[in-house]
Ligand binder design. Structure first.
Ligand code: RB5
Length: 146
């Protein structure tokens, strides 16, 4: 898959490691910044990742800030984005199977790199189950128009 990745200054170092891990799993990474640890603003990068996913430029997105909270709120402002903020693999996997999430967010101040990799792998591998879940996801999509 083609995976966009974005981050604020707090998550710069973790972004580099996560991007390398995603590449090692055979995916292409599109790094949308932030490129460095100079202070910046997480909404810019959450939105950039969300727009890349919603436009179809990439298949999925990963966005990282200090907690994952702010950047997930920003990504979810983009119509068509279903961003999950989580700090363990179970929710990451279920968010794919039930919610068809297309952006994964977590916090560099919350999870260590090994747990982050586990979360990323479960999320990238997770397959949407469709069926009854598809109707609910369609309800979410309809809310984008409101
Ligand atoms: C930056 O200090 C911090 O607020 C940001 O990384 C993130 O945690 C916001 O949700």
């Amino acid at each position: 898959m083609r995976v966009a990745i974005g981050n604020d200054h707090v998550a710069y170092e973790m972004k580099l490691e996560v991007a390398e891990y995603v590449r090692s799993l055979g995916h292409e990474v599109v790094d949308l910044g932030h490129h460095g640890d100079a202070r910046t603003d997480y909404p810019t990068y959450g939105r950039a990742v969300g727009e890349a996913v919603a436009s179809g430029a990439v298949d999925r997105g990963i966005a990282i800030c200090g907690t994952g909270v702010g950047i997930s709120i920003a990504a979810n402002k983009v119509a068509g984005v279903r961003a999950v903020c989580c700090s363990e693999p179970y929710s990451a996997q279920l968010s794919r199977e039930h919610n068809d999430t297309n952006v994964l967010c977590f916090g560099a101040r919350v999870v260590g790199i090994e747990l982050a990799k586990m979360i990323v792998r479960c999320w990238l591998d997770g397959q949407f189950e469709g069926g009854r879940h598809a109707d609910r996801v369609a309800m979410l999509t309809a809310m984008d128009a409101c």
